[in-house]
Write a protein that binds this ligand. Structure first.
Ligand code: ATP
Length: 360
C-alpha cells in the first residue's frame, strides 16, 4: 500500500459528514444512492496472483458493511487484507466477485460508485509535506470535487477535534510522525467522504493522540453516520473503535461478528489458581487430568491456569483438596481479543495487542 485513494468527486452542496448536526446522511444523492443500500457489499471476491500455481490471496470473500458502522479487519501477515481492501477500492482487479458501494456496482461506473469513498493507506505518506496542514485539507477537498472555501468551517472543526489547530499553518514536513498521521486522517475526511478505509490509523501516534483519534472516529460514526472500515494490527484500537470485526486467514473470512460476540464465543473456561502449597507433584496430577495452559512461580506462590468449566472445576477442587492445597486466590480468566485472534488464525503475527502505539 502507500497510496491515498481518493476515488470520486463531490459538489459542495452534497452531504457533509462533518457539518454540525448534519442529518442529511443517507439521503438519495445525484449519484443515485438510496439510503436503504448498505455502505458496502462485497460478494464472492477472489484474487490470485501469479497464475494457476500462484497465491490465492483472497478466496471467495463476502460481507456487507452497514452505514454508520465501524468495521475492523484483522488477520495475520499475508492473510489477504491489503489485497481485499485494494480489490474493494478498485486498485486491484479481482478475478471473481462484485463490489457495491452505496448501492452502485463498481463495474457500472467507478466515478459514481467511489464518489463518496476515500482511503488512508499507510498514513503519513499521503500528505504533501511542503504544504501546511490547512493547505493539505484544502488540496484534498479540491481533488474530491469540493470547493475548499465552502468547507473552510468544517476544516477548522476537524483541526480542532484532532488537536491540530495550533499547527494549521505549519508545513507538514515540520511535524512529528504522529502529527503527520493525524493530518493524513484529516485530509481523508476533508472532502466529506461517507465511507473511509483506514489502514493502521493510529500507527506512530502517542497514547494521547491515539485516544483523540479513536474518540473522533467513534464520534464521526455515531453522530455523523460516517462508515469506517479499519485495518489494524493493534487489537486495542480494533476493540475500542469497532462495532464489528472481520478476521481473515489464508485469504478467507474465518470470523465476522461483534467484538463482544467473539469474546463470548471464545470463552474457554480458564481458571487461574494460586497457592503456596502447589508443588510439582500436584501440578503434574492436574496436568494428567486437565489442560494446564500455564504455570508460573512468584516467590513461594505457584500459579496454574487450568481449563476447567462446570463439573471439571469441582474435579480440580477435589484434586487440590486431596493434596492439602489451600487456595490463596482463584479467578476466571476472560479471553482477550488477542486470544480469539490466535485461536481463529493459529497465528499471532498479525497483532500488537499491548504494544505502544507505533509498533506494527
Ligand atoms: N502483487 C502481488 N504479487 C504476488 N503476490 C502477492 C501480491 N500482493 C500480495 N501477494 C501475496 O498475497 C498474499 C496476501 O497478501 P496481502 O498483502 O494481501 O496480505 P496482508 O494480510 O495485507 O498482509 P500484511 O498484514 O503483512 O500486510 C500474500 O501471500 C502475498 O505474498
Amino acid at each position: 500500500m502507500g497510496q491515498r485513494a481518493s476515488t470520486g468527486r463531490r459538489s459542495s452542496s452534497e452531504t457533509d459528514p462533518l457539518s454540525e448536526g448534519s442529518d442529511e446522511r443517507g439521503q438519495s444523492s445525484e449519484s443515485g444512492q438510496d439510503n436503504a443500500d448498505p455502505a458496502l457489499v462485497v460478494d464472492g471476491i477472489s484474487k490470485r496472483f501469479g497464475g494457476d500455481d500462484g497465491v490465492l490471496a483472497v478466496d471467495d470473500v463476502s460481507f456487507r458493511v452497514d452505514r454508520g458502522s465501524v468495521v475492523g479487519l484483522l488477520g495475520p501477515n499475508g492473510a489477504g487484507k491489503t489485497t481485499l481492501i485494494k480489490s474493494v477500492l478498485g486498485m486491484v482487479l479481482p478475478d471473481d466477485g462484485s463490489v457495491q458501494v452505496f448501492g452502485s456496482d463498481v463495474t457500472d461506473g467507478r466515478r459514481t460508485a467511489y464518489a463518496d469513498v476515500d482511503a488512508m493507506l499507510e498514513g503519513a505518506r499521503n500528505d504533501y509535506w511542503r504544504l501546511t496542514v490547512r493547505e493539505n485539507l484544502r488540496y484534498f477537498a479540491t481533488i474530491s470535487g469540493v470547493d475548499p472555501d465552502s468547507v473552510a468551517d468544517r476544516h477548522e472543526r476537524l483541526l480542532d477535534r484532532l488537536d491540530l489547530s495550533e499547527y494549521a499553518d505549519t508545513p507538514v514536513r515540520n511535524l512529528s510522525r504522529g502529527m503527520k498521521q493525524k493530518v493524513s486522517l484529516a485530509s481523508v475526511l476533508a472532502g466529506g467522504a461517507e465511507l473511509v478505509f483506514l489502514d493502521e490509523p493510529t500507527l506512530g501516534l502517542d497514547i494521547e493522540s491515539s485516544r483523540t483519534l479513536r474518540t473522533e472516529l467513534k464520534r464521526l460514526a455515531r453522530e455523523e453516520g460516517l462508515t469506517i472500515f479499519v485495518s489494524s494490527h493493534n487489537m486495542s484500537v480494533i476493540e475500542d473503535v469497532c462495532d464489528r470485526v472481520i478476521v481473515m486467514s489464508d485469504g478467507q473470512v474465518v470470523a465476522d461478528d461483534s467484538v463482544d460476540a467473539l469474546l463470548t464465543e471464545a470463552d474457554r473456561d480458564l481458571v487461574r489458581i494460586e497457592s503456596s502449597d502447589l508443588d510439582a507433584a500436584t501440578v503434574q496430577t492436574l496436568r494428567s487430568q486437565f489442560e494446564v495452559t500455564e504455570t508460573a512461580e512468584s516467590g513461594q506462590r505457584v500459579r496454574v491456569d487450568v481449563r476447567a468449566g462446570g463439573r471439571d472445576l469441582y474435579a480440580v477442587m477435589d484434586v487440590l483438596r486431596e493434596a492439602d492445597v489451600r487456595i490463596e486466590r482463584i479467578e476466571t480468566i476472560d479471553p482477550t481479543l488477542e486470544d480469539v485472534f490466535v485461536d481463529l488464525t493459529g497465528d499471532g503475527s498479525g497483532l500488537s495487542a499491548d504494544s505502544p502505539e507505533g509498533s506494527p
